[in-house]
Design a protein around this ligand. Structure first.
Ligand SMILES: *[C@@H]1O[C@H](CO)[C@@H](O)[C@H](O)[C@H]1NC(C)=O
Ligand SMILES: *[C@@H]1O[C@H](CO)[C@@H](O)[C@H](O)[C@H]1NC(C)=O
Ligand SMILES: *[C@@H]1O[C@H](CO)[C@@H](O)[C@H](O)[C@H]1NC(C)=O
Length: 321
C-alpha cells in the first residue's frame, strides 16, 4: 500500500519536473507596422532558466500555413525579444502566418502564431508638411511616403484662422500638393494634415503649423502703430513739463502763473505735432520720462487738468493730419 503511494508520488514528481522543464511559448506576440517597417515583438520573461533563451521566427502566406515546408526563417537563435520583418519582402497586400518560438539548450517551446495583414494593420505616422504663403493662398507640400506607392493615400487637411479656432475647415485631397485658396490676405492660418488609407486607420494629425498670408497693408499698419506712439509721445511731453514748471511752491507764490503756463504747454505740443522731427525728441523724452516718473507728483487737480487738455489737443491734431 505504502509502496503504491510512493510510486504515485514519484510519478507526480517526475511529471512536475517535465512540465516545469518545458519552455513556454512567447506571449503577447504582435507585429508593429509603422509605415513600411514591420517589427515582431513579444513579452520576454524567461529569467530563471539555466540555459540562455533564444528565439526563432518564421513566416508563410496565410493560405500555406499548414505546409511546414514553406515557412521561411527570418530570425534564428536570436536573443532579442523582437524580430525585424521589414526586409523580408512581405507583400504589402498579402496575408501571412507569423510564428515565433523560444529555445533554451535542447528545449523548444510551442510556436506562438499571429496572422499578419500589412495593409490593414499598418500604423500611419503623421506626415511632414511644408507650408508656403501667398496673398490668398497657402500651399502645402506633404512628405512623400514610400507607402504611397503601395496604396492610394489621401490627405485630410484641417485648417482655420488662428483667431477663429472654432471655425475649422476640413478637406480631403488625393495629391500631396495642396493649394488652399480663397483665403484672407494678411491673416494667420493654422494647418494640420492626417493620412487616410483605404484599409487602415488614419494617421494622427501632423504637428500644428501656423503661417500668415501675405498682402499686409503696411502703410495702414504704420498709421495704426503711429497713433498710439504719438499718444505716448504727447504723454511724455506733458509729464516732462509739469514737474519742471508747476512745482507747488511757485504756483502758490504767483497765482496767475499756472494758466499762463498751460497756454504755453499747448502751443509747445501743437508745434511738435506739426514738426516732422518727432523721432529724436521722442527718444530724449523717453530718457527724461524715466527720470521723471520717480519724482513726486504735482497736486492732483492741476496735474489732471493739464494732462487732459494736452492729450485732447494732441489726439485731435494727430487724427487731423
Ligand atoms: C484602428 O482603430 C480602432 C479604434 O480606434 C482600434 O481598435 C484598432 O486597433 C486600430 N487599428 C490599428 C491597426 O491601429
Ligand atoms: C520642407 O522644407 C525643408 C527645408 O526647407 C526640406 O528639407 C524638406 O525636405 C521639405 N519637406 C517637404 C515635404 O517638402
Ligand atoms: C497618436 O496620438 C495619440 C494621442 O496623442 C498617441 O497616444 C499615439 O501614440 C499617436 N499615434 C501615433 C502613431 O503617433
Amino acid at each position: 500500500m505504502s509502496q503504491h503511494l510512493d510510486l504515485q508520488l514519484s510519478l507526480l514528481f517526475t511529471m512536475t519536473l517535465t512540465v516545469s522543464a518545458s519552455l513556454p511559448a512567447p506571449q503577447q506576440v504582435k507585429m508593429i507596422t509603422q509605415d513600411e517597417n514591420y517589427m515582431l515583438q513579444w513579452d520576454c520573461n524567461y529569467g530563471q532558466l539555466e540555459n540562455p533563451v533564444s528565439f526563432t521566427a518564421e513566416h508563410v502566406y496565410y493560405s500555406d500555413r499548414n505546409n511546414e515546408g514553406l515557412y521561411k526563417r527570418v530570425c534564428e537563435g536570436s536573443t532579442e525579444c523582437r524580430c525585424d520583418f521589414t526586409h523580408c519582402g512581405l507583400d504589402f497586400h498579402g496575408s501571412f502566418q507569423i510564428r515565433v518560438r523560444a529555445e533554451a539548450g535542447l528545449l523548444r517551446s510551442e510556436w506562438a502564431t499571429v496572422r499578419f495583414t500589412p495593409d490593414e494593420e499598418v500604423i500611419l505616422m503623421p506626415p511632414q508638411v511644408n507650408v508656403t504663403t501667398d496673398k490668398d493662398v497657402l500651399t502645402l507640400t506633404i512628405s512623400k511616403l514610400v507607402l504611397s506607392d503601395k496604396m492610394k493615400l489621401q490627405y485630410r487637411v484641417l485648417y482655420w484662422e488662428k483667431l477663429k479656432p472654432e471655425e475649422k475647415h476640413m478637406e480631403v485631397y488625393a495629391s500631396p500638393h495642396v493649394p488652399l485658396s480663397l483665403l484672407k490676405s494678411c491673416t494667420e492660418y493654422c494647418v494640420q494634415v492626417s493620412l487616410l488609407s483605404p484599409y487602415a486607420n488614419s494617421s494622427n494629425y501632423s504637428s500644428l503649423q501656423c503661417k500668415r498670408t501675405t498682402g499686409c497693408p503696411f502703410a495702414w499698419l504704420g498709421i495704426l502703430f503711429a497713433i498710439p506712439l504719438f499718444g505716448a509721445f504727447v504723454c511724455h511731453k506733458c509729464r516732462r513739463t509739469y514737474p519742471v514748471y508747476t512745482t507747488p511752491e511757485s504756483m502758490l507764490a504767483i497765482p496767475s502763473t499756472p494758466s499762463l503756463l498751460e497756454v504755453q504747454e499747448e502751443r509747445w505740443t501743437v508745434a511738435h505735432v506739426i514738426t516732422p522731427a518727432i523721432e529724436p525728441k521722442n527718444t530724449v523724452d523717453k530718457e527724461q520720462e524715466q527720470e521723471n516718473t520717480a519724482e513726486p507728483q504735482a497736486p492732483e487737480s492741476i496735474g489732471q487738468r493739464s494732462h487732459g487738455s494736452v492729450q485732447d489737443s494732441g489726439f485731435s491734431s494727430g487724427l487731423g493730419s
